[in-house]
Design a protein. Structure first.
Length: 281
């Protein structure tokens, strides 16, 4: 028959001295051995007495650790999945909000502007102002371009003075008779030839469109060679004649010019009227 010690301690050496007489301790040891077998923990079949106890204790500790880990990983269903932060962590988060309090650049795409309403009326496009066309003045009454340009200067100067149309016709007709509407220099006055001119005459010291004489006090040579000045000098003298508006053209012109041929001016009246009408439009 087998020794009792072998029955109580299958891992012992078989010697009677290895068996413990403490029954409660033997029961606890048996429970640990059974737990070790269930977790597939195997110790050497014939260990030494001291190592046997150490191996059994180690296996029991490992088994208890596995049980604790399994309980921690698979807790009760009513336990929260994530443990609440400790008081220290909550206090640190309140004191140091880190970068959460700092403004961060938005990475969201820019909101597109609202599409124009389908019912909104389009802005009225301002119509471009028509360009003002300058009317081309053509020569009339048998005049050429140079003569027509001189007649235009006479009319413009009279308008600046505020003279009526009748005065403009008298002035143009007088210039037709005196200079054929050309700006004359004088062969007697070489100075007159240094100013813009279109012809040269020899009637004493008479110059310009109205053949006015510097020696008679009409002005300087330079002034009388200027069509604008010469015209205003003539019309100023005409305006001083009493009732000039009601006088025949030849009488009004002769009152200013004191010509040797007083009736010569009348022949140009109709042509002068046509020229003034073309210029004034």
């Amino acid at each position: 028959m087998r020794n009792d010690g072998n029955l109580d301690d299958p891992f012992g050496s078989g010697r009677p001295g290895d068996r413990s007489d403490d029954t409660p301790s033997t029961n606890r040891l048996a429970a640990l051995r059974g737990l070790a077998r269930r977790t597939r923990f195997w110790a050497p079949m014939n260990p030494r007495p001291g190592r046997t106890k150490l191996a059994v204790a180690t296996g029991a500790a490992c088994c208890l650790g596995l049980v604790g880990v399994s309980q921690a990983g698979f807790g009760a269903p009513d336990r929260a999945a994530d443990p609440a932060p400790s008081a220290e962590v909550a206090e640190r988060a309140a004191v140091d909000p880190a970068s959460r309090a700092m403004a961060r650049p938005s990475t969201a795409p820019a909101t597109p502007s609202a599409a124009p309403s389908a019912t909104a009326s389009p802005k009225a496009t301002a119509k471009p102002k028509p360009k003002k066309t300058v009317r081309q003045i053509v020569p009339v009454a048998g005049l050429d371009r140079t003569q027509m340009n001189n007649a235009k200067k006479i009319v413009q100067a009279g308008k600046e003075m505020g003279m009526p149309r009748r005065a403009l016709v008298i002035a143009v007709a007088t210039a037709m008779q005196e200079s054929t509407l050309l700006n004359y220099a004088s062969g007697v006055l070489p100075e007159s030839q240094s100013y813009p001119h279109q012809a040269i005459g020899w009637d004493h010291d008479s110059v310009g469109l109205f053949q006015q004489r510097p020696s008679s006090g009409w002005g300087t040579v330079e002034q009388l060679m200027d069509p604008e000045y010469a015209t205003k000098a003539f019309l100023s003298a005409l305006a001083e004649i009493p009732g000039w508006k009601d006088l025949p053209l030849s009488v009004a012109a002769q009152a200013v010019q004191i010509s040797a041929f007083p009736d010569a001016y009348a022949q140009h009246e109709w042509r002068a009227g046509e020229v003034v009408a073309e210029i004034l439009g």
